[in-house]
Structures are given as structure tokens and as C-alpha cells.
Design a protein around this ligand. Structure first.
Ligand code: GLA
Length: 359
């Protein structure tokens, strides 16, 4: 029994020692203080783990990873569940962190009832917009003064070359493209001070970038209140480079908008957006020294661009904290371990961390 306790004590000590090493690293957010706030997307699960120590040390902002999405926030008309979101807000307030809200209008992680009446019939456009308006007003009012920016509409543009909008989703099927415009107008009505973002992925891809540019330009011309564009990130070692990244940031910024990198992670596997999942390689790459160096080089490249363009970028947020908790390891290809973040699965700073600190 005694031996068993000694063993547990030893494990606890090793664990906390390795973490205290990490919390004594130079702070990422301090290093970037004169550039832009660096953030991490977290959820309640992070609050009860070692992430809760690393986050305040290295990050200046948090984004609600899942806890403020409609499926988490509302269960039925008027029946809100703000507890998880509130815990994140408390954590941010306690640690003096900025907080981004994510996300109000999205085809995903929004329950089916949202688009239906009590009998399960699809709502009319008018009723859907009314429900959207109430939802946005209630959520923005609840978090008023606490959250500085919201991803108002997420992923409205299609990946397909022959399509402009993502049109096979309930929001579009019922509301047409107008749902995007009204979402921003309702958000501005609900809170005149909060920053309103359009957020999407693969915006380094020229075709998708140009569609988003055109859409936002037209919306702005109509007086739709949009403050910024969130380039999610979710890149791979293969797709992002200095040229495509710079072009996109410059283009979006030329609209007079803030640009934020909202969901940064770099997969070590091939490009996966809009790919047939069954065709993606399933073999797990070992995290070798060579791979660590490749990832570090890619992070160096993108952070050089971010720093050069610091006047156009108002936040860079990682989608997660450490490799032990990344959607890329269980969603894109189930069970395929990925290594997309700055801290490894044991919260140790990776080469990528040191590379972006070295300038
Ligand atoms: C998208 C969404 C996020 C999250 C990531 C993957 O980019 O905007 O909320 O779901 O996918 O985890």
C-alpha cells in the first residue's frame, strides 16, 4: 500500500514538474504583445486540466471552442443553457483574457428543432428569421460587455467551384442568401459595441477567397454591419505558404476590415477540406525529429507573415492548446494522431513554439 502511494506521489510530481517547466517558459503572449493578442480555443474540459495553467501564461484571449454554439446554448425556444459559456467567461475574467464568441449562425451544431415549428414542419422564412433574431438578441444581451467579438455567420460559402453559397443547408434552403445579411443586422441591433465577424475556412484558396471577398464587399456596399473576417486557418504542411496567406490577408484588409486568424492548427497530413474522407490516408505518421522540424518551419513561415502584417491582423487564435486535445486526431480521420499545435500531448513546448518565439 505504502509503495503504491509513493508511486502515485512520484507520478504527480513528474507531471506537475513537467508542467511547471512549461509555465516557466517565456510567455508567448508577452512576446507578441506589440503585434496582436494570441489566443486559444478552449472548452470547459480545459478548465479542469493542465490547460487552465498554460492558457493564462501563454494566451491573451480565448474562444469558446464548442460551448457557445447553438446546440450548447439553446435546447428549445427560450430555453437557454448558458452555464458552460458562463464558466468560460468567468475563467477569462479571472485571468484577464479577452474572449471571442463562436458562433451564432452556422449550419452545423445547430439542432433541427431550430428550423421547425412545434409539429416538426419546416418554418417559413419569416418565422426562421424571427427565431434567429430572438436568439441573437438573447445571446448577445447575455454576454454583453464580456465578449468583444462574435463570429456571427460561420461557413456560408461553398467549397465547390460551380457554387457560390453553401446552398444545401437549412439556413439557405429556407432563407436564401439573405440569412447572412439579416444575421449581421440583428447582431448589430442587439449590441452596438461588439465586433461582428464572418468566419470561414480555406480562405487561402484563391477561388474560395474570391467568393468570400465578393460576398463581403457586396454586403458592405449595402450597409451590412461587418467588422472583420475570420480566416479559420485549419491548414496543412502542404497548402499554406507565404504567398497565398499574404494575398488573402491583404485582400480582406483592403475592404477596411479587421482580419483575425481564428482557428489555427497545421495538420501534418495531406489537405482534407471537402475531400471524400474515405480517400484520406489512414496511416499514422510517427512524430519524428524531421516532422517536428517541418512543422516548425511552416509555423515560422506563417508567423513571419502575421508579424509583417500586424497592422492588418487583430488576433491569432489556435484551435486548441496541446496535441492531446485536437479535433484533427479524431474527426478528420478517426484515430489518426495529428500534431498540429505548439504544445505536445504532454504539454511540452514543441520546436514550433520555439521557432515562433525566435525573432
Ligand atoms: C470549424 C468550426 C469550429 C470547429 C472546427 C473543427 O472550423 O468553425 O467551430 O468545429 O471546425 O473543430
Amino acid at each position: 500500500m505504502k509503495k503504491y502511494f509513493c508511486f502515485i506521489l512520484l507520478c504527480l510530481c513528474i507531471n506537475s514538474c513537467s508542467l511547471s517547466d512549461q509555465t516557466e517558459l517565456p510567455s508567448l503572449k508577452e512576446k507578441y504583445n506589440d503585434y496582436f493578442p494570441i489566443g486559444a480555443a478552449i472548452g470547459n474540459k480545459h478548465l479542469n486540466s493542465k490547460d487552465s495553467l498554460l492558457v493564462p501564461r501563454h494566451f491573451a484571449s480565448i474562444t469558446a471552442e464548442n460551448d457557445m454554439k447553438p446546440t450548447k446554448t439553446i435546447k428549445s425556444e427560450g430555453n437557454y443553457t448558458f452555464e458552460a459559456g458562463d464558466k468560460l467567461v468567468n475563467f477569462a475574467e479571472k485571468n484577464n483574457l479577452l474572449i471571442r464568441g463562436h458562433t451564432l449562425v452556422w449550419y452545423n451544431q445547430t439542432d433541427d428543432w431550430f428550423y421547425e415549428d412545434e409539429d416538426g414542419n419546416t418554418l417559413s422564412k419569416e418565422l426562421l428569421f424571427q427565431r434567429m433574431k430572438t436568439y441573437i438578441k438573447d445571446v448577445l444581451t447575455h454576454y454583453k460587455g464580456k465578449i468583444y467579438a462574435w463570429d456571427v455567420v460561420n461557413e456560408a460559402v461553398s467549397d465547390l467551384d460551380d457554387k457560390f453559397y453553401r446552398d444545401n443547408i437549412k439556413w439557405f434552403e429556407i432563407g436564401g442568401p439573405e440569412y447572412i445579411e439579416v444575421a449581421f443586422r440583428y447582431a448589430r441591433e442587439a449590441d452596438p459595441d461588439v465586433k461582428l465577424f464572418y468566419n470561414d475556412y480555406d480562405l487561402i484558396n484563391p477561388k474560395k477567397r474570391d467568393k468570400v471577398y465578393k460576398m463581403i464587399k457586396e454586403l458592405l456596399a449595402k450597409g451590412v454591419p461587418i467588422d472583420g473576417i475570420g480566416m479559420q486557418g485549419h491548414w496543412t504542411l502542404e497548402d499554406v505558404n507565404k504567398e497565398n496567406l499574404s494575398k488573402s490577408i491583404d485582400l480582406f484588409s483592403s475592404l477596411g476590415l479587421e482580419v483575425q486568424i481564428t482557428e489555427l492548427d497545421i495538420s501534418v497530413y495531406p489537405y482534407y477540406h471537402n475531400m471524400d474522407r474515405s480517400t484520406l490516408p489512414k496511416e499514422i505518421k510517427p512524430y519524428t525529429e524531421a516532422l517536428a522540424l517541418k512543422l516548425a518551419a511552416k509555423y515560422k513561415e506563417v508567423f513571419e507573415v502575421f508579424r509583417d502584417k500586424k497592422d492588418k491582423i487583430s488576433n491569432v487564435t489556435f484551435w486548441g492548446v496541446a496535441d492531446n486535445n485536437t479535433w484533427l486526431s479524431d474527426y478528420v480521420v478517426r484515430g489518426r494522431t495529428d500534431y498540429p499545435l505548439l504544445f505536445d500531448k504532454d504539454y511540452k513546448a514543441k520546436k514550433a513554439f520555439y521557432t515562433i518565439m525566435d525573432f
